[in-house]
Design a protein around this ligand. Structure first.
Ligand code: TRH
Length: 381
């Protein structure tokens, strides 16, 4: 019998909430089999954000099938009329009262999960999977993604790493993909992708790339960082298709592409700047060195998270490479000297590249988040 899943996504800001839930919903559907059939419904508060990640979607549709997932507009006027077997509230979004009532009235019990934000902090393992009794008498379980076997793991589709490795070995496939985005990379050019929040530290980095010893092509999907880029270039209103060069640096603005193309972009680049939660994980699956612009929180709480990840990630690196990595990540997140850090990183790049590949395979040996959620349900029933 098919298991029904309702995933609720309240888009607060940016694309992380919808990015994670859309990826999870797609994976639950594409990796079902005869033994584990699934009907997945994704309830989204902001369909315009969804359309950015899935351009073929209709932002006005009340309900639409996309990649086997039923995508619904989530509003007071459009609420589910029955409760599913598994209910996921993503990132602590509040479920409607009427829906919770449906959950209590259901003859078959409902597994209610709160999918939490990703963090590498130690306490996560101790809290993963814990239940909490709700006023209505239902249990709600807290499900934490993470980097260790004691957590819920990371979203990773079946065969993702093979697919990525094949693509990286296929020069023609890479060239065709980049051409489709309007990118003609010259031989010997270092490719860097840039996805970040507004960040004043970018000036030092751009200076270093333009004055560096080798050519760099910076590929920037449309987004918040364009404000700082405009300032450095001395231009206004950058848009997809725009190109500039200064010294060794060529800059190209790209359109915001669908999730699968964004993966390919990360796979093509020698270095990726990513942010938030989902692109941060995808950069790790790309097996290439990267820098993370973490989502800023009040009182610098995000810096503890940044350091917790760095502690894990840097295990096994030589001290020179560890210092270079840490100083670049700190400079990027705290407005520090990116020029110096970028130069230091170039010197240790080969070790960092080997390390990125090792880290990727190590993480890929763990159970992925979608499988962990499905297993949690199987054992719970
Ligand atoms: O957009 P984000 O900054 O999202 C953030 C974080 O999730 C943060 O933790 C959360 O609190 C905040 O939102 C509300 O970064 P993130 O998580 O990387 O999500 C971006 C998504 O956009 C991801 O799924 C990748 C996707 N993407 C594309 O599909 N195409 C693109 O061209 C680009 C640049 C990104």
């Amino acid at each position: 019998m098919s298991v029904t899943w309702d995933i609720f996504c309240n888009v607060v800001d940016n694309f992380g909430d919808i990015g994670v839930t859309w990826r999870l919903a797609r994976q639950l559907v594409s990796e079902q089999d005869h033994e584990h059939e699934r009907e997945v419904h994704l309830w989204v508060s902001d369909l315009a954000a969804f359309c950015k990640l899935c351009p073929e979607a209709d932002k006005n549709a009340v309900e639409q099938p996309q990649d086997g997932v039923s995508v619904h507009r989530w509003s007071d006027q459009n609420l589910p009329v029955r409760a599913a077997d598994v209910v996921i509230e993503a990132f602590g979004c509040q479920l409607p009262e009427s829906y919770i009532r449906l959950m209590t009235q259901r003859p078959r019990p409902v597994l209610w999960l709160n999918l939490e934000y990703l963090s590498a902090e130690d306490w996560v393992a101790g809290c993963h999977g814990l239940p909490s009794l709700q006023p209505q008498g239902l249990q709600k379980y807290f499900f934490f993604p993470g980097f260790s076997a004691q957590t819920g793991g990371l979203l990773r589709e079946k065969n993702l790493i093979d697919k990525r490795q094949r693509f990286q070995k296929d020069a023609q496939a890479r060239q065709n993909f980049l051409r489709r985005l309007g990118v003609e990379a010259s031989p010997g050019e270092q490719l860097v992708s840039l996805f970040a929040y507004e960040n004043v530290a970018i000036s030092g980095w751009l200076d270093a790339m333009s004055q560096g010893s080798h050519p760099v092509r910076l590929l920037v999907p449309e987004g918040k960082i364009l404000v700082n880029l405009q300032h450095w270039l001395g231009v206004s209103a950058l848009k997809a298709g725009d190109r500039f060069s200064k010294g060794q640096l060529a800059v190209q603005i790209l359109p915001f592409v669908c999730q699968d193309d964004y993966d390919r972009l990360l796979w093509c680049c020698d270095f990726n700047a990513v942010r938030g939660e989902d692109s941060f994980v995808r950069a790790q699956w790309a097996g290439r060195p990267f820098v993370w612009h973490i989502y800023p929180q009040e009182e610098g709480a995000h810096l503890e998270k940044l350091d917790a990840f760095l502690r894990l990630y840097a295990e096994g690196l030589s001290s020179q490479t560890r210092v270079a990595l840490e100083s670049l990540w700190h400079a990027w997140n705290e407005g520090g000297d990116m020029a110096k850090s970028w130069q230091c990183l170039q010197a240790v790049y080969p070790e960092l590249l080997r390390h990125s590949q090792k880290w990727c395979l190590q993480q890929a040996s763990q159970t992925n988040l979608a499988a962990a959620l499905a297993q949690f349900h199987q054992f719970w029933v």
